[in-house]
Ligand binder design. Structure first.
Ligand code: ATP
Length: 230
């Protein structure tokens, strides 16, 4: 089975510090998976190992069914840092430029604008967009190549409540459209994390809880989810 993400026993040590320990992480096709944990818990190190940027100390990573390598990264869309857009071009023009560079068909541009709910503002200059709209345009850019896996790293960082609510709706739409999404977040069941089909909670490099939001509320208790874990 070609699971989008499968790690087994994934471990990364930096000298005496264990950043990620014995991580078994599975993201299934079509699910929105939230990988949650406080700063320093090991999320970024895990992401780097998933993308083949950092070599694991132990364990294995399979991405889209294969050992991680350059080949399948073209099939992964990622919003990792705010992407660079041209401020004086419109949202639509920016996406057209990116589509051309990425070899994505121009017909994808209106589709992804619609998906991120920016169709009505697509002709406005990027410089005039709110932070939330910029983030959503970043998601649109990540979707241009119709990726088999979409990775969103802290997509609500810096957003106000209305931007966060828009991102929540967007992630729900992506899930409904059958996208496979891996969401990394330092919020523990904040507003956006609640739209995940499953969440895994990582603390000090270890997966300490995994399940649906409802499961975790029941079995782990709100205390664990409400407090910093380290
Ligand atoms: P954040 O949200 O702040 O990025 P995180 O959950 O992504 O946090 P990591 O950045 O993966 O956490 O860091 C996990 C631990 O590994 C931390 O203690 C960090 O200091 C350590 N660490 C990460 N990268 C390195 C490195 N290159 N060398 C040494 N220690 C590192």
């Amino acid at each position: 089975m070609n699971l989008p993400v499968q790690t087994v026993g994934l471990t990364k040590r930096y000298g005496g510090l264990t950043a990620v320990q014995d991580l078994d992480l599975t993201v299934r096709t079509g699910e929105v998976y939230g990988f949650l944990g406080p700063n320093g818990a090991g999320k970024t190190t895990t992401l780097r190992m998933l993308l083949g940027l950092v070599r694991p100390t132990a364990g294995t990573v399979r991405l889209l069914g294969r050992p991680v390598g350059a080949g399948q990264l073209a099939e992964v869309g990622a919003l990792i840092e705010g992407p660079a857009f041209y401020p004086y071009l419109s949202g639509r023009e920016n996406l057209r430029v990116l589509a051309r560079y990425a070899g994505a068909p121009a017909e994808r541009v209106p589709l992804v604008l619609d998906l991120v709910d920016l169709a009505g503002r697509a002709g406005d200059r990027y410089a005039g967009y709110s932070l939330g709209m910029k983030q959503r345009l970043g998601v649109a850019a990540a979707l241009l190549k119709d990726p088999r896996l979409l990775i969103l790293d802290e997509p609500t960082n810096g957003l106000d409540p209305s931007g966060t609510a828009d991102m929540r709706r967007l992630i729900r739409r992506l899930g409904a459209a059958g996208c496979t999404v891996l969401l990394l977040s330092s919020h523990l069941l904040g507003e956006v994390e609640q739209v995940c089909d499953r969440v895994g909670v990582v603390s000090q490099g270890r997966l300490v809880a995994e399940g649906s939001v409802a499961d975790l509320r029941g079995t782990v208790g709100l205390r664990v989810l409400a407090e910093p874990l380290d």
